[in-house]
Design a binder for this molecule. Structure first.
Ligand SMILES: Cc1cc2nc3c(=O)[nH]c(=O)nc-3n(C[C@H](O)[C@H](O)[C@H](O)COP(=O)(O)OP(=O)(O)OC[C@H]3O[C@@H](n4cnc5c(N)ncnc54)[C@H](O)[C@@H]3O)c2cc1C
Length: 329
């Protein structure tokens, strides 16, 4: 074992939030491996370190300077360069969506191993150090041993539970800057495309235009598709609409379908049975189009039009297209 480092960040985030799990683990793992761990903190500039406390208590922290954008890609390139410079064989980092992404990018660049989302560590019967990683929604704990080369491990809050509190110290370390070309973003916006709303999953869309029996058939669903296109949304359906083959099964909302909570849910010709409401009641705004003013969907809707789909859908599309042309002009 050459070196054990913990890398955390100060990218507008208080480092004490996230970095305690890997710091706590590093203290124990360091003792087991007979090495003194070190702490590196990603910073935009040395000025960011002015009031920074180092919660490791180890002293001699290092500030790793990363460019102002600090995308996952920038952070991964900077840390990869740093690993190349200092040669740690074990790097521990916090676990969350951002850090897990960074860890995988580093591992890909180094052709190293990444164990993401670990909850602790242990020593196996041969005295080898292993990190514990929940799989199958936590039903099984995988044990990732240390391999040749560098190992990148991210650790979540559970890894910190029960660890003794550490006295933090003010940050008084060196600052390291990776070469410019490493920190330049590798991702660039090349062009913008409007996503084909027919391909977007209903639980990922901000606007869901849903139809039920009252839409009347495939032609009615073509109108819903046009409406969804104008609104930048996607089409869904009640179980009746799915059973009739007007919309595919992966677009069914409700108890036996998907649960959605878009910003806007437009329910057209859907009565609002409890089975359906279960799948969309948490939508931010609900709009209903229905011939029955007393239907449950009209009761839960924030706004509604009482009328026939065939009458109102085309009018709504025309009006929205007209308004959009006005905005685009
Ligand atoms: C165990 C179980 C699980 C279920 N899971 C689901 C599920 O996941 N999702 C789901 O959706 N359902 C589910 N159902 C079925 C559910 O109970 C309802 O039967 C179904 O939601 C009704 O679909 P609907 O609203 O399209 O049709 P209907 O209940 O028939 O309602 C049609 C509505 O359209 C209106 N209407 C009629 N003509 C027009 C027109 N021209 N213009 C405008 N409005 C009009 C009517 O006033 C009415 O309100 C489940 C049922 C069971 C037993």
């Amino acid at each position: 074992m050459r070196e054990l480092w913990v890398v955390s960040a100060r990218l507008g985030i208080d480092p004490t939030d996230d970095c305690r799990p890997p710091l706590a683990c590093a203290t124990g793992v360091g003792q087991k491996l007979g090495v003194v761990p070190r702490h590196a903190v990603l910073l935009h500039s040395p000025v960011d370190a002015v009031e920074l406390r180092d919660p490791s208590g180890w002293g001699d922290a290092v500030g790793l300077l990363v460019n102002a954008g600090a995308s996952c890609d920038d952070a991964a390139s900077t840390i990869t360069w740093f690993i190349g410079e200092r040669g740690p064989s074990l790097v521990l980092m916090p676990s969350n969506i951002w850090w897990d992404d960074v860890a995988c990018r580093i591992a890909a660049q180094l052709e190293a191993n990444a164990s993401v989302g670990c909850i602790g560590w242990c020593v196996d019967s041969d005295g080898q150090t292993e990190f514990l990683r929940p799989v199958y929604e936590g039903r099984v704990l995988a044990r990732d041993g240390l391999k040749e080369g560098s190992c990148i491990v991210t650790l979540g809050a559970e890894a910190h539970e029960g660890s003794p509190a550490v006295e933090d110290s003010s940050f008084n370390g060196d600052f390291l800057s990776a070469p410019e070309d490493l920190t330049s973003p590798r991702l660039a916006l090349v062009d913008r495309y409007r996503t084909d709303s027919r391909l977007v999953d209903i639980d990922e869309s901000d606007v869901v235009v849903a139809g039920g029996r009252g839409v009347g058939g495939g032609d009615g669903f073509d109108l819903l598709q046009r409406l969804a296109g104008v609104l930048g949304g996607t089409v869904a359906g009640s179980r009746i609409a799915v059973d009739n083959g007007w919309v595919s099964r992966d677009r069914q909302v409700g108890q036996t379908g998907k649960t959605v909570s878009p910003r806007l849910y437009l329910a057209c010709g859907i009565s609002g049975s409890s089975h359906h409401l279960l799948g969309m009641k948490d939508s931010q705004h609900i709009f209903a189009l229905n011939t029955d003013a007393d239907s449950p969907m009209v009761s839960v809707a924030e706004a509604s039009v009482v009328g026939r789909c065939s009458e109102y859908l085309s009018a709504m599309i025309d009006e929205l297209e007209h308004r959009r042309q006005g905005v685009d002009a």
